[in-house]
Design a protein around this ligand. Structure first.
Ligand code: ZN
Ligand code: ZN
Length: 374
């Protein structure tokens, strides 16, 4: 079928919204009518060619939600009409990592996602002239419809408006998982969040729910710091000065128990490290361009400080998504509040430009106004 989709033909060139061809779902796949999609900073990294070569032409979009339209022969967990959120790691549940309960590191999902193909190694997307198109992280949801691996379509409660549900599958699961699974933050521990954009604000929200105190938000932008304070940060610190780390250390006593870097730059990774108390741990959530290295004062390993990465919440996203949807329904997780723009698909380039300039938090692209419920 023909669908409208946002295509990246070449890096650092404008995204083109155009008609492309979508093949029907195979046995273990699902066709979803996309309601809404969130624009994430990793879309910028991909569009700017910072994640490596060979990743285009591609239909962008890896955070979204919609309604199931058709299912393959072996799909049983969803039916047409179900509301679903996308999961960018459709875990195979059979590989070494999945069997060890590290499903976010699923080996075939980790290999196929960056190659732009589905779990069987092929694409359902092409240009009208037959040129193969890649799927962004097996999701490709900057499009009216998409075909995803069955495990990439996670059923969600209908009560949650789809424009809000669209944010769960990347930003929210990444943020909550970093706090709960990677850092395992306990009530009363101190934490600092460096970078308060769409994902950083959700890290703040997850830390508030975990009972972190003090909870210090750090950013260059006063508007984002205000949003972080609304979300439960106890203090905010401007990151534009050489004294930033010293101020965080003072606010937290001897430095934070936990630091979260949600920017993806070596300077902010170093800043997160400098905010830690002896024995504290930094979790890097931000995605840095390929080739970037980070330097740390090695003597400080002697103070038992640690730094670790986190991918996609370091847990089982398919299990976490419905739980996060429930938190949103009970009001413990504010999805609408991090949305600073709601726009049609055609505005995708503007949304990416705002992220490049560091303006605003999340943009939601609405593919189907009625379904999205905005
Ligand atoms: Zn993302
Ligand atoms: Zn697996």
């Amino acid at each position: 079928m023909r669908i409208r989709a946002a295509v990246l033909h070449e890096p650092r060139q404008p995204i083109v919204v155009e008609e492309v061809e979508l093949a029907p779902p195979r046995d273990d796949e699902v066709l979803v009518r996309v309601a809404a999609a969130g624009v994430c900073h990793s879309d910028v990294r991909l569009a700017d060619g910072e994640l490596g070569d060979g990743r285009w032409p591609i239909v962008l979009g890896h955070e979204g939600a919609g309604v199931v339209e058709a299912i393959g022969a072996s799909v049983t967990h969803v039916a047409p009409g179900d509301h679903v959120g996308f999961c960018i790691v459709p875990a195979c549940r059979a590989c070494e990592e999945c069997l060890a309960e590290r499903v976010h590191l699923c080996i075939p999902a980790g290999e196929n996602g960056p190659r732009g193909v589905l779990m069987d190694g092929t694409s359902r997307l092409s240009l009208p002239d037959g040129t193969m198109l890649q799927h962004a992280l097996m999701t490709a949801c900057f499009a009216e419809r998409t075909v995803v691996p069955a495990a990439g379509a996670v059923p969600l409660p209908r009560e949650l408006p789809l424009w809000q549900a669209s944010l769960l599958g990347c930003g929210v699961v990444t943020a909550f998982g970093a706090v709960r699974n990677a850092a395992n933050v306990q009530a009363g521990e101190s934490a600092v969040v460096v970078g308060c954009g769409g994902v950083g604000l959700q890290v703040v929200a997850a830390l508030r729910l975990a009972g972190a105190d003090p909870l210090v938000a750090v950013d260059l932008d006063s508007e984002k710091l205000a949003l972080a304070l609304e979300r439960g940060a106890t203090h905010s610190v401007d990151s534009g000065s050489a004294a930033t780390a010293a101020r965080v250390v003072k606010l937290t006593g001897r430095g934070a128990d936990h630091a979260f870097e949600v920017v993806g730059r070596p300077e902010t990774m170093r800043l997160a490290w400098d905010c830690l108390r002896p024995g504290g741990t930094a979790v890097v959530v931000g995605l840095a361009p390929k080739g970037v290295e980070v330097a740390l004062p090695a003597i400080e390993f002697l103070s038992d400080k640690g730094i670790r990465g986190s991918y996609y919440g370091s847990g089982d996203a398919a299990a976490d998504l419905p739980r996060l949807a429930e938190l949103a329904l009970t009001g413990d997780l504010d999805l609408a509040g991090v949305v600073t723009a709601v726009e049609p698909l055609e505005a995708v380039n503007d949304a990416l430009d705002r992220l490049r300039r560091g303006e605003g938090a999340r943009t939601v692209l609405v593919l189907d106004e009625q379904l999205a419920g905005h």
